[in-house]
Design a protein around this ligand. Structure first.
Ligand SMILES: Nc1ncnc2c1ncn2[C@@H]1O[C@H](COP(=O)(O)OP(=O)(O)OP(=O)(O)O)[C@@H](O)[C@H]1O
Length: 689
C-alpha cells in the first residue's frame, strides 16, 4: 500500500515538474504549484514511509540528504542551460541521493546500521525512482512527430533530440547505479540468510538430526538459499523495475488517450491470470526439485564421508549408480520444470501479442475518427509497446519469483522451527559438587517411540568412579546422551546437585560435564585447535597439561608440526588410539566436575590405557566419573559397578561383591578371562611352532 502511494506521489511530482504542459497542476492550489514545495512534500512522505517500515536510517541523515536533493533540484531549475528540462532535475536528484548513500555504504568507515538489509532497502526504494527519466523518450518522440507534421516550430526538433540523447545516457547510468546497489544488497541478504539458517539448525535438538539427513540440511543452507537469492537478486530486481515501468507508462498513456488506455487495461486481466496459474504449478515443482536435489546430496555426502569403507568394499561403481539414480529423479523433474517454463513463457507472449494487435486496430480507428492527434498516437503506440513488453517481462519473471518463494518456504521452515526441548534453564552456580541422580528414568528414542530402551536408576558421586557394563545395546551410551541433555526422558528425572538438569544453563552444563565418546570426532583443524575446542581462551600450559594427563603430549610433540599438525577430516590423519587420547585431552582441559568415558580408551594398548586411568585417578579425585567399558579389567577398580541388560539394572556393587554374587557380571568376567587365556595360549603355541 505504501509503495502504491509512493508511486502515485511520484507521478504527481512528475506532473508538477512538467508544469508547462500538464493540465493537472492548474487545478491544484497555488502552493502546490511550486516544484520545490511538491518535492519537499514528497520527500517528507518518503521519510514517513521509511520510519513506518522501521528502516534503520537516522532521521538526521535522511534530513541532510533530503536538503541536498532539494538544493540540487533548485539549482537545476535555476540553471536551465546545464539541465534543460525539469525532468532531468528529478533524475539528477535521485541519482545524487542514491550515489551518496551508495558511497557511504561502500566506505570502510560506514557504521553497521547503515549496512544492514533495512538500510539497503531504503537505498533501493529511492534508487528505483531514478530511472523514470527513460520514460520521457516517447514523449519527445511524439513532440518530434508534431514538429514533422507542423513545421512552424523549428527549434522543437533540436530541443527534443538534445533532451532525448541526454535522457538516454543518463538513464543508462542510473540503471547501472540501481543494479549495483541492488546486487550488493542481495548478496548481503544472501549471506545473512545463510547465516540465519545455519544458526537455526544448530539450535535444534539432537532428535532432529536423527530424523533429518545431513544432505538435506546442507541443501537447505547452500542450494536453496542460492536459488532464492539468485531469483531475488536478478529476477525480483527486474520484476520491481518493470512493475514501476508498467505503472508510470500506464499513467503517461492515460494522459494521451483514456479510451486507448482503457482498452489496454481491459485486456490486462486475461494476461495476468495466466502467470498466476503457471506460477503456482512452478512453485510446487520447485519444491520437488529441491527435495530431490537434497536426496542426491545425501548420497554424495554419505559416500565421501565413508570413503575408506567404500574403497575397502570396492563399491565405487555401486555408489556411482546410487548417485546417478538420484540425479535421474532430479533430471526428470527438471524436464517437467523446463516444459512448464516454456509453456508459461509461450502463453504469456501469445496473450500480450494478441493485446498488441487489438490495440493497434482500435488505435487506428481512433485516429481516423480524429479522437487523438497523430503525434499523440505515435507517443501512445511507443508507450504501449514499452508497456506491453514490460508486462510480458513481468509475467515471464513471475514464475521465477514463485520458484524463489518455493525455495524460501523450505528455508524458513528451518529458520522458524522451534527446538523440541524445554527452554534453557538459568542455573549456573559457582560451586558444583557433581552429584548426579538419574531417578527412575524411562526412555525411548523419538524415532522409535514404542521401543523403550532404558528403565534405570543411576547415581554418580563426586570423587567416585561409577562403571556401567553390560552387553552391546544394553543402553549404556543412551544414559550418557540423557546426561548430556540430548534427549528428554519420558518418565523420571535427572538431578544434578539436587536440581533438575534442565534448570541449568546449557553452556554451564556442557562446561561441567565432559564426555569422551566411543568414537570421538576430531575436526579437520590443528591438534591445538582440537584440544582447545570450546575453550578457545585456554592457555598453552593448560593444553599441554591436559595432553599429558591423557598420555598424548609425547606423541603430539613427535608429530611433524607438533600441536599445529592437522588432525585431518574427522581425525583421519592420526591413529585410533591417538584420536582417543586427543579427545580425552579435549575433555580434561575443561576441568569438568563430571567426566564420562564411554569406552574412551578401547583403542589404546594396555600400557597406555593403564597410564591414562592412573593419571585420571590421581588428578581428578574430586570429579564424579562415569566409566563405560567392555573390557572388564578396566572397571575392576571402580567404586561402584552397574550391570545393565536390555535397558535395566540387573545387578550392582563393587567388583568383589559382584564376583561373590556369581551373577551376570561374574559370568562375563569368567568368559573374558577364558577368552584371554585362550588367546594367550594360542599366542605361545604359535611362538613355539
Ligand atoms: N539414535 C537412536 N535412535 C533409535 N534407537 C537408538 C538410537 N541410538 C541407540 N538406539 C538403540 O538403543 C538401544 C541402546 O543403545 P546404546 O547405544 O545405548 O547401547 P550400548 O549399551 O551403549 O551399546 P554398545 O555397548 O554397543 O555401545 C539399542 O537397541 C540401539 O539400537
Amino acid at each position: 500500500m505504501l509503495n502504491v502511494l509512493t508511486w502515485v506521489l511520484s507521478v504527481f511530482l512528475f506532473f508538477t515538474i512538467n508544469k508547462d504542459r500538464s493540465s493537472i497542476i492548474t487545478r491544484k492550489p497555488a502552493v502546490l504549484q511550486s516544484f520545490p514545495v511538491a518535492l519537499t512534500l514528497y520527500i517528507l512522505y518518503m521519510f514517513v514511509c521509511d520510519r513506518m517500515q522501521k528502516m534503520a536510517f537516522s532521521p538526521l541523515l535522511c534530513v541532510c540528504l533530503d536538503v541536498l536533493v532539494v538544493q540540487a533540484v533548485r539549482w537545476a531549475q535555476l540553471s536551465p542551460a546545464l539541465l534543460p528540462h525539469p525532468f532531468l532535475a528529478l533524475w539528477a536528484a535521485g541519482v545524487l541521493r542514491a550515489s551518496l548513500l551508495l558511497l557511504m555504504r561502500l566506505s570502510p568507515g560506514c557504521p553497521q546500521w547503515l549496512r544492514g538489509p533495512e538500510a539497503a532497502k531504503t537505498v533501493l526504494s529511492w534508487s528505483n525512482v531514478v530511472p523514470s527519466g527513460e520514460m520521457a523518450i516517447p514523449h519527445y518522440t511524439g513532440r518530434m512527430t508534431d514538429w514533422i507534421m507542423n513545421e512552424d516550430e523549428p527549434e522543437a526538433f533540436t530541443h527534443a533530440i538534445t533532451v532525448m540523447s541526454l535522457i538516454t545516457i543518463m538513464s543508462a547510468v542510473s540503471e547501472f547505479v540501481c543494479d549495483l546497489i541492488y546486487n550488493i544488497t542481495m548478496s548481503r541478504i544472501h549471506t545473512f540468510i545463510q547465516g540465519q539458517v545455519f544458526k537455526a539448525v544448530l539450535k535444534q535438538e539432537i532428535a532432529f538430526f536423527d530424523t533429518v539427513h545431513t544432505g538435506d540440511i546442507v541443501s537447505r543452507i547452500t542450494t536453496d538459499t542460492n536459488t532464492m537469492s539468485e531469483s531475488l537478486s536478478e529476477k525480483l530486481s527486474l520484476l520491481m523495475w518493470y512493475f514501476m515501468r508498467v505503472t508510470f507508462l500506464f499513467i503517461f498513456m492515460l494522459r494521451l488517450s483514456w479510451k486507448l488506455s482503457l482498452f489496454t487495461a481491459l485486456g490486462l486481466p486475461i494476461i495476468l491470470v495466466i502467470p498466476e496459474l503457471t506460477g503456482k504449478f512452478y512453485q510446487s515443482l520447485s519444491v520437488k526439485v529441491q527435495e530431490s536435489l537434497a536426496r542426491a546430496n545425501d548420497v554424495a555426502m554419505e559416500t565421501f564421508s565413508s570413503m575408506k569403507t567404500v574403497r575397502s568394499f570396492a563399491n565405487e561403481e555401486g555408489e556411482t549408480e546410487r548417485y546417478k539414480k538420484k540425479l535421474e529423479d532430479t533430471y526428470s523433474l527438471n524436464k517437467t520444470e523446463a516444459a512448464a517454463y516454456a509453456v508459461s513463457t509461450w502463453t504469456n507472449s501469445l496473450s500480450s501479442l494478441a493485446l498488441k494487435v487489438s490495440i493497434l486496430y482500435y488505435g487506428g480507428r481512433l485516429v481516423t475518427g480524429k479522437d487523438v492527434s497523430s503525434g499523440d498516437l505515435v507517443s501512445f503506440v511507443l508507450y504501449e509497446l514499452q508497456f506491453a513488453s514490460a508486462v510480458e517481462v513481468l509475467m515471464s519473471y513471475y514464475p521465477h519469483v514463485k520458484k524463489a518463494v518455493g525455495a524460501s518456504e523450505k528455508i524458513f521452515e528451518y529458520v522458524d522451527r522451534q527446538p523440541q526441548v524445554p527452554p534453557e534453564g538459568s542455573l549456573a552456580p559457582k560451586v558444583l559438587r557433581g552429584n548426579v541422580h538419574m531417578k527412575n528414568i524411562t526412555f525411548a528414542y523419538p524415532k522409535r517411540p514404542d521401543t523403550p530402551v532404558l528403565k534405570v536408576c543411576v547415581c554418580l558421586k563426586p570423587g567416585e568412579v561409577t562403571a556401567l557394563v553390560g552387553p552391546s545395546g544394553a543402553g549404556k551410551s543412551t544414559c550418557v546422551s540423557l546426561l548430556e541433555r540430548f534427549y528428554q526422558p519420558q518418565d523420571g528425572e535427572i538431578l544434578l546437585d539436587g536440581q533438575p538438569l534442565y534448570s541449568y544453563q546449557n553452556q554451564y552444563l556442557h562446561d561441567k560435564i565432559a564426555v569422551v565418546s566411543q568414537e570421538p570426532v576430531l575436526f579437520a583443524r590443528s591438534v591445538r585447535e582440537n584440544i582447545k575446542y570450546g575453550r578457545e581462551g585456554a592457555t598453552d600450559e593448560e593444553m599441554i597439561r591436559a595432553a599429558e594427563l591423557a598420555n598424548a603430549h609425547k606423541f603430539i610433540s613427535d608429530l611433524s608440526k607438533g600441536y599445529d599438525t592437522d588432525a585431518g577430516e574427522k581425525g583421519g590423519q592420526v591413529s585410533g588410539g591417538q584420536k582417543q587420547r586427543i579427545a580425552i585431552a579435549r575433555a580434561l582441559i575443561r576441568q569438568p566436575k563430571i567426566l564420562v568415558l564411554d569406552d574412551a580408551t578401547s583403542s589404546l594398548d594396555t600400557e597406555s590405557e593403564h597410564l591414562v586411568h592412573e593419571a585420571l585417578r590421581k588428578n581428578f579425585n574430586q570429579c564424579a566419573v562415569l566409566l563405560i567399558a567392555h573390557k572388564l579389567s578396566t572397571v575392576e577398580k571402580a567404586n561402584h559397578i552397574i550391570f545393565l541388560k536390555d535397558g535395566e539394572v540387573i545387578e550392582e556393587g563393587t567388583h568383589e561383591e559382584l564376583l561373590g554374587k556369581g551373577g551376570a557380571y561374574a559370568q562375563l568376567v569368567e568368559k573374558q578371562n577364558t577368552a584371554f587365556q585362550r588367546s594367550a595360549e594360542e599366542g605361545s603355541d604359535a611362538n613355539g611352532v
